[in-house]
Write a protein that binds this ligand. Structure first.
Ligand code: GLN
Length: 202
């Protein structure tokens, strides 16, 4: 299974290490044409506004087509990029997952923190709900989820990881914790979508 990690900026290397540890072949994606040769993509944390600038219009369009066809997992800034609606400030989203997300939603005090949340039992985790360490860094908040969106992890009252069809998004950084379950869930999702298969979105 060949998994791309968008490597324009941000913490792509921690994702690369984690995916390799779990047995995936990893491609660091720096050019749009590299998207043609991968079975799934991770969009890492960073600064979502900067991602948009670095992608440019063509890169954004190419990525938009990709996320409609192949499994994609966005963490933090990556989750912001995948959303249908972005606030604070408003900016373009790829519309791959029907959520409204607010950037930098925790304010200065809670800027960055490690908290214990819950990984729920869901279509990507067949085990009962259990605690999960979550690293938040200038995290966004998912303010609204559409009807086709499944919540896969929570922290307090907040929905912090979601899935719709072949797209997953988390507002925290699973690549910075020891626990490998979230990345494994994404690799399993790629497995069920199957390389080069088109699966209808939920
Ligand atoms: N605050 C960043 C943004 O709004 C996201 C932070 C992160 O990816 N750790 O894009």
């Amino acid at each position: 299974m060949r998994v791309g990690v968008l490597a324009l900026q941000g913490d792509f290397d921690a994702h690369r290490r984690r995916l390799e540890e779990l047995g995936a072949e990893v491609v660091l994606v720096k050019k749009p044409e590299q998207l043609d040769a991968i079975d799934g993509l991770v969009i890492p944390g960073g600064e979502s506004g900067t991602f948009l600038k670095l992608l440019g219009e063509d890169g954004f369009e190419k990525l938009k087509q990709f996320v409609r066809l192949k499994p994609t997992f966005g963490t933090c800034a990556g989750a912001i990029l995948l959303a249908t609606e972005v606030e604070n400030p408003k900016q373009a989203g790829l519309g791959a997952i029907d959520i409204r997300i607010r950037r930098n939603a925790y304010g200065r005090q809670l800027d960055s923190s490690i908290r214990e949340g819950r990984l729920l039992q869901s279509s990507v985790n067949n085990k009962p709900a259990s605690p999960l360490e979550m690293v938040f860094i200038r995290a966004p908040k998912i303010e609204h989820v559409g009807t086709g969106v499944e919540v896969i992890a929570t922290e307090g009252d907040d929905k912090v990881a979601v899935r719709q069809g072949r797209t997953m998004a988390a507002t925290f950084h699973p690549e910075l914790s020891e626990d490998t379950r979230v990345h494994q869930a994404f690799l399993d999702l790629i497995g069920t979508c199957g390389p080069h298969t088109l699966v209808r979105r939920l």
